[in-house]
Write a protein that binds this ligand. Structure first.
Ligand SMILES: Cc1ncc(COP(=O)(O)O)c(C=O)c1O
Length: 362
């Protein structure tokens, strides 16, 4: 049987990084311990012990934490709520995570993509955008740490500056941070939530990258004034979330497995990141790429190469990549020679092989 294509396209953990056996054991335990409680309707904000654990980690009352069916579902709630209050434009990074861009386009928002570089979003560009128009934007959507798709992290100085600007303009911010804990090296800068205090910044993360994506458990830490309306969106969408997977996550945490598993994931992904950066250095002379200290992604800039055509050649040859244009607003012409490479799914050996193959297709 031929080997399956090498996938740099999937922003997903390799199956061997999912602690399936222990999660199965946790499932049995919570189902028998909690009984009907995890199979019944319940609070829209999610499984209470997990909610409380997250609230404690963030130093907020549990009412400000709402568990969602993955982070993306919560993004849909947040965007709808915010756009209903302040319709109009949403500020995002250029590039940004493609699925929220699609959600925003579907909601009819005007998407304004602000430039970023190796230090993350350019705060001066944000300040200029806010000064340049009289209508207030609905919100800023940012992924400050190990960004999807670029792997870049907003520097500590820029975080401070960004928060100053946000406070000056009373700008609502959604800080999306599913990768922050997946750090291989270096020091974590403070979150925007920590710096701002949580009256304008809503923080979201998820257990997709730290436990398993199939548990579909994300969470939002909301400003006090917004939490009830957000929870009501959840209730009017699915009544209550599935408690069984949330209880599985909680049981995993309760057993003390969260941190050791995270260490394991960090170690494994670091080796994959190293294989990818090593392959790029060997085979992609003349190109440039990001060097993430964590997360899943490297952003590759290839002067002169049409990334969409390269992806098509890759598909034929057995290496899958995502070309850049999908990570920019639909009317943008940016990203034509850029590529998102995910190193989360393949082994180091297959990553080395895939990068060499991709280079031969340039
Ligand atoms: C930046 C970012 N936000 C949110 C998500 C959504 O994750 P989930 O819905 O699995 O929690 C992802 C998934 O890849 C992501 O990259």
């Amino acid at each position: 049987m031929p080997a399956p294509p090498i996938s740099f396209a999937r922003g997903a953990p390799a199956p061997e990084l999912i602690p399936a056996d222990e999660l199965a054991d946790c499932a049995l335990e919570v189902a028998s311990r909690d009984g009907a409680k995890v199979f019944a309707y319940g609070p829209g904000g999610g499984y209470q012990p997990l909610r409380e654990w997250i609230a404690e980690r963030h130093g907020v009352p549990f009412e400000r934490v709402v568990l969602t069916v993955g982070g993306l579902q919560g993004f849909v709630f947040y965007a709808a709520e915010q756009l209903a209050r302040v319709p109009g434009r949403v500020l995002v990074e250029a590039p940004s995570y493609d699925r929220p861009l699609k959600v925003l386009a579907r909601e009819g928002a005007e998407i304004v993509a602000l430039p970023m570089d190796d230090e993350g979003l350019d705060p001066d560009a944000l300040a200029a955008e806010l000064a340049g128009r009289s209508d207030a934007p609905s919100f800023l959507y940012t992924i400050p740490t190990f960004q999807n798709p670029s792997g870049r992290t907003l520097s500590a100085d820029r975080r401070a500056r960004l928060v100053e600007i946000v406070l000056e303009h009373s700008l609502a911010v959604l800080e999306d941070d599913p990768y922050g804990l997946v750090r291989f090296e270096g020091y974590a800068p403070p979150s925007l939530l920590e710096l701002e205090g949580g009256s304008l910044v809503t923080y979201t993360s998820s257990f997709s990258k730290t436990v398993a994506p199939g548990v579909r458990t994300g969470y939002f830490v909301l400003p006090e004034a917004d939490a009830a309306a957000f929870e009501e969106r959840a209730v009017s969408t699915y009544i209550s979330p599935p408690f069984l997977p949330e209880a599985i996550v909680w049981e995993y945490v309760r057993r003390g497995r969260f941190e050791p598993n995270l260490e394991h994931v960090r170690r494994e992904l670091r080796a994959r990141r190293d294989a990818m950066l090593g392959g790029l250095a060997e085979h992609f002379r003349g190109a440039s790429w990001s060097t993430p200290e964590g997360g899943y992604f490297v952003w590759l800039d290839l002067d002169e190469t049409d990334a969409t055509a390269l992806a098509a050649r890759g598909e034929e040859a057995g290496v899958a990549i995502v070309p850049g244009p999908g990570f920019f607003p639909p009317d943008s012409e940016l990203g034509g020679s850029s590529v998102r490479l995910a190193y989360s799914y393949e082994t180091p050996a297959r990553i080395a092989e895939g990068v060499e193959l991709l280079a031969s297709l340039r």
